[in-house]
Structures are given as structure tokens and as C-alpha cells.
Design a protein around this ligand. Structure first.
Ligand code: SF4
Length: 277
């Protein structure tokens, strides 16, 4: 079965009246949510703006895959990179991974790495990719952007310890997400703080993310010329840096957008053809 829409954001209603959001990317990846809401409180993120409502059960994680199939989409791979922090729902996430493996369905994660003990464990799971969202090179910037996350220094220590014990092939499965925000973290001085990590582990990728402006957010990404400049600078420093153009705070199509809109409006009529059930 082939995808009917290249990029599709949809809501799956849950039994208690809540709903969960998933996004299908035309490349074959289905991005699913691990929680309804999120407790991490990143100030740039629409998904976490109402806090955590509750964890999702394993059945509710699978309901998002079934939701895609109901739209005529057969995902080739899954990523737990939607609404929520997967480490805050770790037992369900681990069981979901086992189910995916039994179906030969590759699963990757995006996490802020908190709590660090579980982050260490997650790195070693048989996942198909793990992105650590840092968005900062300095502790103060990291604390500002990921207020309920772990300390930046602790995360870097876990990476250092854990990556040392992994094969190069497994290390290539890991990356760092860095959402560029104008005037906050888009300076070479800030990024330079991460250079020792990338020089020590050159297999790691740095994903430079940008977001479209959203009305509720004071955060904006730098203009494309500035992003190009930073990208070139990172490459010149020997960092395996890549540009990506999607993030969950996108004004349309990104993870969390429908979720927040639905919370605000409590109306099934919003994009109703993409609200399942
Ligand atoms: S960016 Fe991720 S971790 Fe941060 S509030 Fe949003 S969903 Fe939670």
C-alpha cells in the first residue's frame, strides 16, 4: 500500500477523550508521540505548552500506527519524536520497541536525555537511531531552552562514557539535534562548546534544525543565509553537520501543532478529515 499524502499530520482519539498526534513524512517515516503533552517545558515548543496530560499506553502507541494505516499509509519505519519525552514513559517505549523489532519495523527516538540513567540505558537499546536534543553548547543556554531537562554537563558525561563502549557502527546511529534560535544559540561561540564532543566522536551527526514562526512563540530561527554560514563553519571545524528543515514547532505540519490547536479549540471540526475515529 502506498502513501496517499506526502506529509500528513493526524490526531488519534483516545478512550478518555484525549487525543494523540502523529505525523507521516513522505519518505516513509511515521513520527509518533509518546505522551499526551509533555512535562519538559521547552519554551519554544507548542507541544509542551500545556504541560503533561498523561503517558500513553503501548496500545495507544500502536494506535498511531493503525491510524496511519487507516489513512492508507504503510510506514516503513517509525520514530518516537512527536509529542512527549520518551524517557518519561520508558517502560511503554521499551515494550513498543520490542514489538517493532518483532515486526522488523525500525524504530528511532528523539529525547532530551532526562533522566540520565534511563538515557544511558536507551542508548544501548537495539534502536535504529537516537537523537539527543541539546540546542545549546553552554549550560545556561541549555537550562533556558530545556528547563526540566538534565544538566548539560551530565548529558555530555553520559555520552562520553557510553559512546566509548559502542562500535563505530552503533555510534553512527546517534546524533545531536540543535534547533537554531536567533539571538539565543546561533553563534559560533555557543556551538564551539560542542566541538570537543564531535572531535572525540566524529561519527556523531549534528542536525541543525529551524522552525517557522508561530504566533504564540517569541522564538524564531535565523534567516537561511545565517544558517548556511553556521553550517559551513561547522563543516570547516570537522563536524558532521547536516541541515534539516522540520521541527515540531512548525506553523503547519509539525509535531504538536494539531495537538495544541485541538486542546485550545476542543473541536473535532479542525482539519476534521485528519481526525480519526
Ligand atoms: S520539545 Fe520535546 S521535550 Fe521539549 S516540551 Fe516539546 S515535546 Fe517536550
Amino acid at each position: 500500500m502506498s502513501a496517499i499524502l506526502p506529509n500528513t499530520t493526524f490526531l488519534v482519539p483516545l478512550d478518555d477523550g484525549l487525543f494523540v498526534e502523529a505525523v507521516y513524512y513522505g519518505s516513509g517515516t511515521l513520527c509518533v508521540s509518546s505522551q499526551a503533552g509533555c512535562a519538559v517545558g521547552c519554551p519554544f515548543c507548542a507541544s509542551g505548552s500545556r504541560g503533561l496530560l498523561r503517558n500513553l499506553s503501548v496500545a495507544e502507541l500502536w494506535a498511531q500506527v493503525e491510524g496511519a494505516r487507516a489513512l492508507g499509509i504503510e510506514p516503513k519505519r517509525l520514530t518516537l519524536s512527536g509529542v512527549g519525552e520518551p524517557l518519561h514513559n520508558f517502560s511503554a517505549v521499551r515494550e513498543f520497541l520490542e514489538g517493532c523489532r518483532s515486526l522488523n519495523l525500525p524504530l528511532s527516538f528523539t529525547t532530551t536525555g532526562s533522566p540520565t540513567a534511563l538515557f544511558r540505558e536507551m542508548i544501548r537499546l537495539p534502536h535504529n537511531g537516537l537523537m539527543l536534543s541539546l540546542h545549546a553548547g553552554r549550560a545556561a543556554t541549555h537550562r533556558r531552552l530545556i528547563p526540566q531537562g538534565a544538566e548539560l554537563g551530565d548529558l555530555l558525561s553520559v555520552l562520553e562514557e557510553t559512546l566509548t563502549g559502542l562500535s563505530r557502527r552503533r555510534r553512527r546511529k546517534l546524533g545531536i539535534n540543535y534547533l537554531l534560535l536567533a539571538g539565543i544559540n546561533d553563534s559560533p561561540t555557543e556551538l564551539a562548546e560542542l566541538l570537543p564532543l564531535f572531535h572525540r566522536f566524529p561519527e556523531l551527526t549534528l542536525h541543525l534544525l529551524t522552525c517557522n514562526p508561530v504566533p504564540e512563540s517569541a522564538f524564531v530561527s535565523p534567516d537561511p543565509a545565517r544558517v548556511d554560514e553556521l553550517h559551513s563553519w561547522l563543516l570547516a571545524q570537522g563536524v558532521n553537520a547536516r541541515r534539516a528543515n522540520t521541527w515540531r514547532v512548525q506553523a503547519d505540519g509539525g509535531c504538536g501543532t494539531l495537538f495544541v490547536r485541538k486542546l485550545r479549540e476542543q473541536a473535532v471540526g479542525v482539519d476534521s478529515k485528519l481526525v480519526l475515529g
